[in-house]
Design a protein around this ligand. Structure first.
Ligand code: SMG
Ligand code: MG
Length: 376
């Protein structure tokens, strides 16, 4: 497979509702979309970096720079036997996994389209439906939260995750248990606590949560291991798992019992398969995280979620929770039993609405193999 052209676009899409986490609130989604062209077909990769370096150190501006100046020259015009060879070809570039992943995932889509197979099959997945969960942001009041969760349960979602932060943690969980009883419930702190909060967080043990996601700092493994020894509730790591190597260290240290996989965070599908297999070999269940992706990135997440150790419902929900309209048709929908069917067409298997992509585009550039000469 050879990629002859790479197009970068910066897009802006309004969110149906604001989304609030411990690190802030967003009303619109700004993201980079990569398209690679080769051998008469195209593949797409949605980047999960954001406007600000708050979830991760990468931003849309760093991604643009790293892809245009370092990733594209290494990928364009290069013969790849398989898309799993793309990430290793970028080894000279340290970090910047979101930038690498957007290109690598586009290469997988192109590869699957050229073979006429759905991405799930090329990735090694087997399921034809995936279990869907929702992530409910921090709400202005407990009543707002109860109303939102009631709606999501009625829509059939298989588990509810709520965002927590200091001052919005034990009380909302208590209120949800009082109203809805033993629903599959978990919390995500997005790194808002320190190990000094261990006694406070241990109060959550009383509520039988499925897990607490990323309670401590984004680059902290050691304190998570200390906290996991103190808590009955399983810890799930998200932000901390920036590489497969860190995951190996976290598992060895006992820093988590569950891992959330986001291909963008660790460098793409190839690394996600390695992480999935590593977790399986240690009896660590995984689930697919979400980054408020448009339907393009959401479809990619659905395909990866078909691998066998994705044994917990992921943050892969219906398009309409976020975008109306989405960039794809038909939008991604959740059935009454809380599952999403895996697209069956070649590659991502969804129809991208070019007119909507054009309307959302703030800037674009097209790169070709002449860049190769300039590899630094
Ligand atoms: O895509 O449904 C979604 C959002 C899921 O909560 C979600 N993502 O830490 O897991 C997480 C957050 C990161 C995104 S916050 C802007
Ligand atoms: Mg998270």
């Amino acid at each position: 497979m050879r990629i002859d052209r790479l197009e970068l676009r910066l897009l802006k899409l309004p969110l149906v509702h604001f989304f609030e986490t411990s690190f802030g609130r967003i009303d619109e989604k700004h993201f980079i979309l990569v398209r690679v062209d080769g051998e008469g077909a195209s593949g797409y990769g949605e980047c999960v970096a954001e406007l600000d370096p708050y979830y991760s150190s990468e931003t849309n501006d760093t991604v643009w720079h790293i892809i245009a100046d370092f990733v594209a020259p290494r990928v364009l015009g290069t013969e790849f036997g398989h898309p799993r060879d793309v990430f290793p070809a970028l080894k000279a570039i340290r970090g910047h996994n979101m930038a690498k992943a957007a290109v690598e995932m586009a290469a997988w889509d192109l590869f699957a389209r050229l073979r006429g197979e759905p991405l799930a099959r090329v990735l090694g997945g087997a399921r034809d439906r995936i279990a869907s969960g929702v992530s409910v942001g921090i709400q202005p009041t407990i009543d707002d939260l109860l109303l939102k969760v009631e709606r999501e349960l009625a829509a059939g979602y298989r588990r509810i995750k709520i965002k927590i932060k200091p001052g919005w943690d034990v009380h909302p969980v208590e209120a949800l248990r009082a109203r809805f009883g033993p629903i599959p419930l978990m919390v995500d702190a997005n790194a808002a606590y320190t190990i000094d909060d261990a006694d406070h967080l241990a109060q959550l043990d009383a509520f039988g949560l499925m897990m607490i996601e990323q309670p401590l700092d984004y680059d902290d493994v050691a304190d998570h291991a200390t906290l996991q020894r103190r808590l009955k509730t399983p810890i799930c790591l998200d932000e901390s798992i920036k590489t497969v190597g860190i995951a190996r260290e976290a598992i060895a240290a006992g820093a988590c019992r569950i891992i959330n996989i986001k291909p963008g965070r660790i460098g793409g599908f190839g690394e996600s398969i390695r992480l999935h297999d590593l977790c399986a070999s240690h009896g660590i269940p995984v689930w697919h995280g979400g980054m408020l992706e448009s339907g393009i990135g959401r479809a990619a997440n659905i395909h990866l979620s078909t691998l066998p150790n994705f044994s917990l419902p992921g943050d892969v929900a219906a398009s309409r929770r976020y975008f109306d309209p989405d960039l794809i048709e038909p939008p991604i929908e959740v059935a009454a039993d809380g599952t999403i069917p895996v697209p069956t067409g070649p590659g991502l298997g969804v129809t991208i609405c070019e007119d909507r992509v054009d309307a959302a585009t703030l800037k674009r550039t097209s790169l070709d193999a002449s860049l190769k000469a300039g590899v630094r």
